[in-house]
Design a protein around this ligand. Sequence first.
Ligand code: ZN
Length: 271
Amino acid sequence: MDFSRLCLHTITTKPWAIEEAMDKYAGAGIAGITVWRQWLADRDIAKVGEQLRERNLEIVSLCRGGFFPAKTAKGLEEAIADNRLAIHEAAALGAPMIVLVCGAVPGQPLSESRKQIADGIAAILPLAEEHGIRLAVEPLHPMYADDRSAVNTMASANAICDQLDHPLVGIAADVYHIWWDPDLAEQIRITGEKKRLFAFHVCDWMTPTTDLLNDRGLMGEGCIDVRGIRAMVEATGFTGFNEVEIFSPRWWSKNQDEFLDRIKQAYVEHC
Ligand code: ZN
């Protein structure tokens, strides 16, 4: 089996701290890792980066930055400061990319939040340039438009990328968020054509979904045509990782070694 393009997000195996996750992933022959920032708390980030490279794990991205919108000037400044911190963390870790969950504020017009998102990314771009870190805007499913992201479609993410028009600004396409979009094929094509398809995240959509945030399924458990979307992504020339990103107390409550086996099996059969 070929797992050379399989990447796991550390949150997928939430019960494992970074040290355990890196040993287990490497032991399972998984090639890539996307590190969530919480996994670096109280750690020497540069040392973690070294440990990952020693295990031949390719650091795909740091997850996550974003949450730019705010109702006050102070809130906007704090968001930019946190994103600059994320860039420094990515540089220390040796991660070439940061995933941006862009943010939204309940009650604030989405148009205003989108403007703040574009302004926020523009504000951190000089530091991203200094460190050569790519910024991947991840459109989130519209059910999160209230408080997690005002960027909810590939078209909306592409509009922000068009506005900023910078080679370090692109898109993280996550099947969970975009599978329903009637314009998906065309938008993936455009994203690839503009050389801004930076990342591809996979999981599945459960029916019924019992929790808006934490009920993601393993590929094959739900209704997303993961393989079909992967084909669209790869038709653009994308050769990056298939990043498994699953939030699920149902899976987290199980033996994580067995879950890791199931992920590899699902990757082979459904991805
Ligand atoms: Zn994602």
